[in-house]
Design a protein around this ligand. Structure first.
Ligand code: GTP
Ligand code: MG
Length: 298
């Protein structure tokens, strides 16, 4: 029997449910998901394998008009994922008109096999979802599917359509691997996700997380993790620490619970807050924090 394997880039505007879909395909909570736009900041590979196929999904940051260097890095992450992809999975939010307009334009501009996922169909009338799917079907897509990613509805159908369009190839990664990202990257994302959930207004967007130490210890001692939450200003540091350290303690506890569930073992998490002035605009800071910065920015 032939085996199919290849890369699938998941692209779309922010907050349409790209990362939720990735998690639904894999049946694992691999990518950070929050109600806030711009949750995903860099590419994340998630690998789906079965007995006949392997899809290497690349979850990407939502496409936005860049306002500063971090945004340009995020946009570049999404566009370069498309360059390497065998199939594009465009995601739109059935209840969000701009994302539908984006999809229409994207469908016309892309040259590789393309599937459109109309997500969040639970937020519109069933008749509206059907009308949208029919309206979009003529746009050169290799398939238009309705999904509710949070409930897993329609997800298997999209997955099937994607796998069918992958090229014949042996597996690209070991079939028992879920991602090629190091564990400490996931740990950093879980802390950042918690910051997005717990902090309000502009503060969460000024947060970057760096894992300084990740050490497994002998016996039944908890894994030791030291992380720094970077913000851009002293005032933001005050907010993240909170009165008497209350906020940072809450962030620490919630993050630790997620990390322990993910790693399946006990964790000692040491969280600190530091100011890295204007890191989102500084090429050097972005590089230190592990972002890829487009060449023209250097
Ligand atoms: N009602 C509803 N909500 C959904 C659905 N799929 C995702 N969401 C919610 O939409 C929000 C955004 O989901 P994400 O998966 O983070 O979206 P994203 O496209 O990855 O966003 P960025 O990373 O910011 O570009 C979260 O609160 C999800 O729980 C869906 O099918 N229905
Ligand atoms: Mg995302």
């Amino acid at each position: 029997m032939t085996f199919r394997a290849g890369f699938v880039a998941i692209v779309g505007l922010p907050n349409v449910g790209k990362s939720t879909l990735l998690n639904a395909f894999l049946g694992e909570r691999l990518a950070a998901v929050t109600p806030k736009a711009q949750t995903t900041q860099r590419r994340l590979r998630g690998i789906y394998s079965d007995t006949t196929s392997q899809a290497v999904f690349i979850d990407t940051p939502g496409l936005i008009k860049p306002r500063y260097t971090l945004h340009r890095s995020m946009r570049e992450e999404a566009l370069s994922a498309l360059e390497d992809a065998d199939v594009a999975l465009a995601v739109a939010d059935a209840g969000f008109e701009p994302s539908l307009e984006w999809a229409e334009e994207f469908g016309r501009s892309i040259r590789i096999p393309r599937i459109l996922c109309l997500n969040k169909v639970d937020r519109v009338e069933a008749s509206r979802a059907t009308e949208l799917r029919e309206g979009l079907a003529g746009g050169g897509w290799d398939g238009v599917h309705g999904t509710c990613a949070t409930r897993g509805e329609g997800v298997r159908e999209v997955l099937g359509a994607l796998l069918e369009r992958l090229p014949e190839s042996p597996p690209l990664y070991p079939v028992d691997e879920l991602s090629d990202a190091p564990v400490r990257d996931f740990v950093g994302e879980m802390i950042r996700e918690t910051c997005l959930e717990e902090l309000a207004d502009e503060v969460p967007y000024a947060v970057a997380v760096r894992i300084e130490e990740f050490r497994e210890r002998a016996g039944d001692k908890p894994t030791y993790i030291e992380a720094v939450v970077y913000v851009e200003k002293e005032s933001q540091k005050g907010i993240v620490v909170g009165a008497g350290g209350r906020t940072i303690r809450k962030l620490g506890t919630r993050s630790r619970t997620k990390i322990e569930r993910f790693l399946g073992r006990r964790v000692y998490l040491q969280l600190r807050v530091k100011v890295l002035p204007n890191w989102r605009k500084k090429t050097h800071h972005l590089r230190v924090l592990g972002f890829r910065v487009p060449a023209q920015e250097s």
